[in-house]
Design a protein around this ligand. Structure first.
Ligand code: GDP
Length: 423
C-alpha cells in the first residue's frame, strides 16, 4: 500500500504533523524531493521537533525512514540534525534510516553560490532559503553533482571533485569575484561526512520494492506544496524540485510502483514564503493579526510568512495537480479570531472574473474577489468530533470541500498530535 502526503498550497500546510499522525500504522516513510530547505514541525509527547532532512517517521520507533534519490542532501546539516534528535533520545541507525545511493550531495559551494546570487540580486531577490538548493539541482541536471553512492567509491569521487571544483571556480572567482573554493577542503569535507553516513547508503529502490512485495505500508512525504512545484507552481518563484505526488515513486526510487492513495494537506487560510504573486495576500495590521494568530514564521529560517484568506482558486488547482483523493484541512482553530471570515473565491483578471488558476505572468495581474463567511468566534482547539464543531465551522468546511471538489477526510484544530477531527 503506497500513500503520498503532499501539500496543496505554497507549503507549510502542516504536513509534518499529519505524517507524524498518519505514520502510526506505516512501515516506511520516505522523503522524495527537496533538501534541508524543508522545515517540518512535529509536536508529540516527546517534545517539539523541527525536521529539515529526516522524514517525520523518524520519531516513530517501528518506522523505517528513507531519503530518496530525488532529494539533495547537505551531509553536514544531516549530521547536525541527527545529533539534535539523538540528544532528545531519538534512535537513528542504518536499520531505521536508509539513504539512496542516487540522492545528490549539496556541497558547501552550493550554499555559497546561493548566497552570492541572492546578494547580487539584492532588491530583486527570489527569497531563497540560502541553503544551496537551486545551485545543487542545477548541477544535478548539468551532470556535475555528486551522488551519495560516490562516497562509497572515494578514489573516483575525489578525481571528480578536482575537475568540478575547477569548473565551479570559473563562476565563483571569475564571475562573482569571490575567493576560490579549495578542492582539498572539499575532499576533506566529503571524507569527514562520508565516513559518518556510509553505512546508511544503499539501493533504496530495491529495499522499497521488497517491502512493497512483502505487503508493507509505505508513505511518501512531500516538502512544500503544489504551487511551489518547479513545473506546476508559480515559476520562477518556485522551489527547484517536483513537489507533486506523481513524482513520489520516482523521487523515492521506485518508478515501477503506483500510488494507491494521495492525501493532500491544505491550510484553512493561505501562507507563502518567498517572493512571487500571492493573490489573496493581506497587508499591514490585518496580515499581522493572522500571522501572529497562526505563528506564521518559517520553521527553517524564522522569516515572517506572507498570509491571506483561503484561496479557493489556487487550492482547487493544487488539488488537481496533486491528484488528491482526499484532503486534510489544517489550522482551522486559527480562524477563531474572526467575526467574519473572508475567502478568495475568484480572481479578477483584466476586468474579467476567472475561477481557473492562471499562468504565473497573468497571475501577477490578478486581484482577489472575496466573499465573507460568518465566523464562530470561539475556541475549537479542544474539539475532537465533528459534532462538537460549531455550525459556522461546519459551513466553512463544507464550502471549501465543494470549492475544491475533494473530500475533506480530517480537520486539524491544533498543533498537538491528537488535535484532529476525523470527517
Ligand atoms: P509543514 O512544512 O507542512 O510540515 O508545515 P510547518 O511545520 O512549517 O507549519 C505548520 C505549523 O503549524 C507547525 O508549527 C505545526 O505544529 C502547526 N500546526 C499544524 N497543524 C495545526 C493545526 O491544525 N492548528 C494549529 N494551531 N497549528 C497547527
Amino acid at each position: 500500500m503506497l500513500t503520498a502526503i503532499c501539500g496543496i498550497n505554497w507549503g507549510d500546510e502542516g504536513k509534518g504533523k499529519m505524517v507524524d499522525l498518519l505514520s502510526q500504522d506505516q512501515d516506511v516513510v520516505c522523503r522524495y524531493q527537496g533538501g534541508n530547505n524543508a522545515g517540518h514541525t512535529v509536536i508529540n509527547e516527546r517534545g517539539k521537533f523541527v525536521l529539515n532532512l529526516l522524514p517525520s517517521g523518524i520519531l516513530r520507533e517501528n518506522v523505517v525512514n528513507v531519503l530518496g534519490c530525488g532529494m539533495v542532501i547537505d551531509i553536514r546539516h544531516l549530521t547536525e540534525e541527527a545529533g539534535r534528535l539523538r540528544e532528545k533520545g531519538v534512535k537513528i541507525t542504518p536499520e531505521n534510516l536508509k539513504i539512496s545511493d542516487r540522492a545528490v550531495i549539496t556541497m558547501p559551494y552550493h550554499v555559497l553560490m546561493d548566497c552570492l546570487e541572492e546578494d547580487r540580486l539584492a532588491g530583486k531577490k527570489f527569497g531563497s532559503t540560502r541553503r544551496g538548493i537551486a545551485p545543487v539541482y542545477s548541477d544535478k541536471y548539468m551532470k556535475k553533482a555528486f551522488r551519495m553512492g560516490e562516497l562509497l567509491h572515494p578514489e573516483r569521487l575525489y578525481e571528480r571533485v578536482r575537475e568540478i571544483v575547477e569548473w565551479k571556480n570559473l563562476t565563483i572567482e571569475g564571475g562573482y569575484r569571490h575567493e576560490p573554493v579549495s578542492a582539498d577542503e572539499m575532499i576533506e569535507y566529503l571524507k569527514t561526512y562520508g565516513e559518518i553516513w556510509k553505512d546508511y547508503i544503499c539501493d533504496v529502490g530495491l529495499y522499497l520494492n521488497r517491502m512493497d512485495a512483502a505487503g508493507k505500508k509505505i508513505m511518501f512525504e512531500a516538502q512544500l506544496g503544489a504551487l511551489k512545484d518547479i513545473d506546476f507552481g508559480i515559476y520562477p518563484f518556485t522551489s527547484s524540485s517536483s513537489t507533486i505526488a506523481a513524482y513520489a515513486p520516482i523521487g523515492a526510487g521506485v518508478p515501477n510502483l503506483r500510488l494507491d492513495k494521495t492525501i493532500g494537506i491544505m491550510k484553512a487560510y493561505s501562507s507563502c514564503v518567498g517572493e512571487g504573486p500571492f493573490t489573496a495576500e493581506l497587508f499591514g495590521e490585518e496580515a499581522e493579526k493572522l500571522r501572529a494568530a497562526g505563528g506564521e514564521y518559517g520553521a527553517a529560517t524564522g522569516r515572517p510568512r506572507r498570509v491571506g484568506p483561503f484561496d479557493a482558486v489556487a487550492s482547487a488547482y493544487g488539488v488537481r495537480c496533486q491528484g488528491a483523493d482526499e484532503v486534510v484541512l489544517t489550522k482551522l482553530d486559527i480562524l477563531s479570531i474572526y467575526d467574519e471570515i473572508p475567502i478568495c473565491t475568484a480572481y479578477e483578471l483584466d476586468g474579467k472574473i476567472v475561477r481557473e488558476f492562471p499562468y504565473p505572468d497573468a497571475l501577477s495581474r490578478c486581484k482577489p474577489v472575496f466573499e465573507t463567511f460568518k465566523g464562530w468566534k470561539c475556541d475549537i482547539s479542544h474539539c475532537r468530533k465533528k459534532e462538537e464543531l460549531p455550525k459556522e465551522a461546519l459551513d466553512y468546511i463544507a464550502f471549501i470541500e465543494k470549492a475544491c471538489a475533494c473530500k475533506i477526510s480530517y480537520v486539524a484544530v491544533g498543533a498537538e498530535r491528537d488535535a484532529v477531527i476525523k470527517f
